[in-house]
Design a protein around this ligand. Structure first.
Ligand code: UDP
Length: 452
């Protein structure tokens, strides 16, 4: 256990799920609540533990997660999360009991846990501490996930999806098609359902904190609130409400900012497939030649290990370097938020994880959407069909389609129109900071926690 700071009176215990897309919003929420005078303790698993050195104001406590080396190396996110939830209840309770025993530390006001980490909730009940859920995902994904679980429980959804069904619309979920449902490709639908039924369940939580802006997802949020007994506090994008230090699990290569500084306004396409997606060698080849042939400058994050069978960029095709010269910059991990707000960045080719989607929308950057699994497919469909700030790649990764999509986004009138709509969304989000729903939700959350 590591202690980082002296605490004040009211301590909030935060329990993020151990993945980048979940750690970021939880620590951003922590930064906001710290700015409101709360003391923040982050309880995390050994697996993918966040780096405390960037968060001197927080206390970080690590609990054993009981994961085996085999489970970790499998990369099976569903299996890992199910195991963590099965293994961690006792160690979490011990950890909190110890915290409460220590002098002047019997003051845990509330536990805020990620929706995928549901083991803290019974512990909170045992210790008589109120709890809140953070949903770091879109409200629309929640609705799609509920529909998927319903269809699955009735035996209406075969897995894997047959081609004959994949393009059909899901009843009452326009514009989603069956292929857009947030199905996992990592595990069986049974295990996925087991995890998600628990994640969807509100149980005894006092409220739901949602990392989404009301102005983007009003109708989905209203629909959910009608069926939810506790308040829903939509307060996204969290990365904009408080200045939080980086919570990257990988080291950010900031040298690409100097490269971006040399590029002209809106000229660069930023390419990143997030912290989990991986591609085959042939996809790498197609991506590389698609980007090169588009003749647009690009900044490409290739995460170590994200190309199957390769450590990093050793499998990049021969002749690529000569073909792109100074027009391409490749890094292992980037300061993404800074990049998206850079004047030179005019487009984002993304896997459409919710954080990346929000980060792009809040900077008015239009997107090329290539989802892999889970919620990414819902977001890609909404970006292209509802918010109309994205262009979805529907087929296998192929150089010709990539070249055309990049040109469409960066050069053609269609891309310019998407940029205009993206900037309108950015303005709406900025407006919600000054007044309106976001402001209300932030106050409601602070008032609620103070009332405990
Ligand atoms: N990210 C980053 N640098 C990179 C790539 C991604 O900092 O080079 C961050 C990104 O800003 C986002 C998170 O990693 O906050 C990825 O979360 P997201 O929900 O988009 O996707 P996931 O990784 O969960 O699939």
């Amino acid at each position: 256990m590591e202690k980082k700071t002296q605490r004040s009176q009211r301590t909030l215990v935060l329990v993020p799920a151990p993945y980048q897309g979940h750690i970021n919003p939880m620590l951003q929420l922590g930064a906001f609540l710290h700015s409101k005078g709360f003391s923040i303790t982050v309880v995390h698993t050994h697996f993918n533990s966040p780096n405390p050195s960037n968060h001197h104001n927080f206390t970080f406590l690590s609990i054993p997660d009981g994961l085996t080396a085999g489970q970790i190396s499998s990369g099976n996110l569903i299996g890992i999360l199910l195991a963590i939830n099965a293994n961690c209840k006792e160690s979490f309770q011990q950890c909190l009991t110890q915290v409460m025993k220590q002098e002047a530390r019997n003051d845990i006001t509330c536990i805020i846990h990620d929706e995928l980490m549901y083991f803290p909730e019974p512990v909170a009940n045992n210790l008589n501490i109120p709890s809140l859920i953070l949903r770091p995902n879109s409200a629309t994904n929640f609705i799609a996930r509920s529909a998927l679980l319903r269809l699955h429980s009735k035996g209406y959804i075969p897995f894997p999806l047959p081609d004959s069904l994949s393009l059909k619309p899901v009843p009452e979920l326009h514009p989603l098609r069956f292929k857009d449902l947030p199905i996992s490709t990592f595990d069986t639908l049974e295990n996925y359902s087991k995890l998600m039924v628990n994640a969807q369940n509100v149980r005894t939580s006092s409220a739901i904190i949602w990392n989404t802006p009301d102005c983007l997802e009003q109708s989905s949020l209203e629909q959910i609130q009608q069926q939810c007994q506790v308040p829903i506090l939509s307060m996204g994008p969290l990365h904009k409400i408080a200045t939080a230090a980086s919570s990257s699990l990988l080291e950010e290569d900031t040298s690409c900012i100097a490269w971006l500084d040399k590029q002209s306004h809106n000229s660069v396409i930023y390419v990143s497939l997030g912290s989990l997606a991986s591609i085959a060698e042939k996809d790498l080849d197609e991506m590389a030649w698609g980007l090169a042939n588009s003749e647009q400058p690009f900044l490409w994050v290739i995460r170590p290990g994200s190309v199957c069978g390769s450590d990093w960029i050793d499998l990049l095709p021969q002749g690529l370097k000569e073909a792109i010269g100074e027009r391409g910059c490749i890094v292992k991990w980037a300061p993404q938020k800074e990049i998206l707000s850079h004047d030179a960045v005019g487009g984002f080719w993304s896997h459409c994880g919710w954080n990346s989607t929000l980060e792009s929308i809040s900077e008015g950057v239009p997107m090329i959407c290539k989802p892999f699994s889970y919620d990414q497919k819902v977001h890609a469909r909404y970006l292209s069909q509802v918010w109309k700030t994205g262009l979805q790649l529907e087929n296998e990764i192929e150089r010709g389609e990539i070249e055309r999509a990049v040109r469409k986004l960066m050069v053609d009138i269609e891309g310019k129109e998407m940029r205009v709509r993206a900037l309108e969304l950015k303005e709406k989000i900025e407006a919600s900071f000054k007044s309106g729903s976001l402001y209300g939700s932030l106050n409601d959350l602070v008032d609620l926690i103070r009332s405990f």
